[in-house]
Design a binder for this molecule. Sequence first.
Ligand code: NAD
Length: 427
Amino acid sequence: MADPFAEGGLGELESPLYREALAQLDRVAALMGLDDNIHARLRVPQRSTIVTFPFRREGYFEVETVFAYRVQHVLAMGPTKGGIRYAPDVNLGEVAALAMLMTWKTSLVGLPFGGAKGGVRVDPTVLTRPEIQRLTRRYTAEMINVIGPDTDIPAPDMGTNEQVMAWIMDTYSQHVGHTEPGVVTGKPPELGGSVARREATGRGLVSLLPAAATHVGLTMEDARIVVHGFGNVGQYAALAAHEMGARVVAVSDVSGGVYNDAGLDIPKLQEWVAENGTLAGLPEVDTVTNDELFTLDCDILIPAAVGGVITVDNADDIKARIIAEGANGPTTLQADKILNERNIFTIPDILANAGGVTVSYFEWVQDLQNYFWSEGEIVARLREIMGRAFEEVLNISISEGYDMRTAALVKGIRRVAKAKLVRGVYP
Ligand code: NAD
């Protein structure tokens, strides 16, 4: 294999996250006997755009210059798709790694996209709303030839939200001279955003649990569930599990965790968090720390907050028989080995949290057709796509002898590799 990083380091892509993404690709490529040329090609993103641009701070006198990125990993599958994050430590390598993971995720669930990711190196928590609006509009103008409904479709990620997507859509539309809702997903419904997008990741994850439970010999009625993180993914996962009749015995957020052995009243918790910001102070429940949460007696554990929380320090003490990864990268590589040795059934992040990008795909399709589906149609199609992907990954895992994470990557990488092979090399 001709190594695109022949001179040693990773050059401009150097970052811990890119090293991890490459290590994962290299490991799975060796296991599945991936074609050498395809492997070398997939190790580097196809197109990376770096810009710097100024935006005015409050008062219009101070002008700040920031670095911004958009990386498109694979262009062979259709347009590219992935979020935009605003964070103080974003760099090219991180964005490129996340773009690569998006390629595997969209391929795994069979969406007609390659992976992309964008970022602006800025701390959005210190910016005012008008500052974020100016920053967003300038970022969009800088990327005007890079994004588009047929080329690359951004979505929200850390530090960005529905409002930021609305500003991107408006700026793009002003530049091209007509309203173009399909340029971003995760928009407000009034602008062509999809109903049920907000709940999609949590709901999609929980739709896989009955099949996973059956696989390990559990029933959802008897299942005790613990959820780490009570934001978008955690709340809707907890709610969907609660509605399914399972007992959600503990949830936590950045302020700590709450516990009730008889099962928590999830809608009540959501109301409390909507009013008070966090779970802190919630009456009539016991409290647990975030560390204790991972080792509680339960059947299903759903990490849905931040990365790197299941580590060598707690992997031996986890009691759950199923781990469904709502968060991206919640399990470290060493912890993953321990979980496999302990025979804990893991639904890996690229499968478990793919409901978000799946409903984003629905949003894009609806925007292109100007024909909007009912919530019932969206939920049914989400369940169908997620259920099929789960079954296929489980089949690969059983028939080829891989753990679920490896099987999910094999499935994702295999489809991209086949598409690239039949397209061939131009010229
Ligand atoms: P969010 O900001 O809405 O919620 C995050 C939650 O985690 C909050 O309740 C916060 O209090 C809690 N939290 C933060 N740090 C914590 C800590 N150290 N310990 C315990 N709790 C902590 O974010 P989200 O959109 O729910 O995303 C959560 C995870 O899911 C992220 O890893 C994200 O990349 C991933 N993800 C999200 C989506 C989506 O559609 N939102 C899709 C795919 C993956």
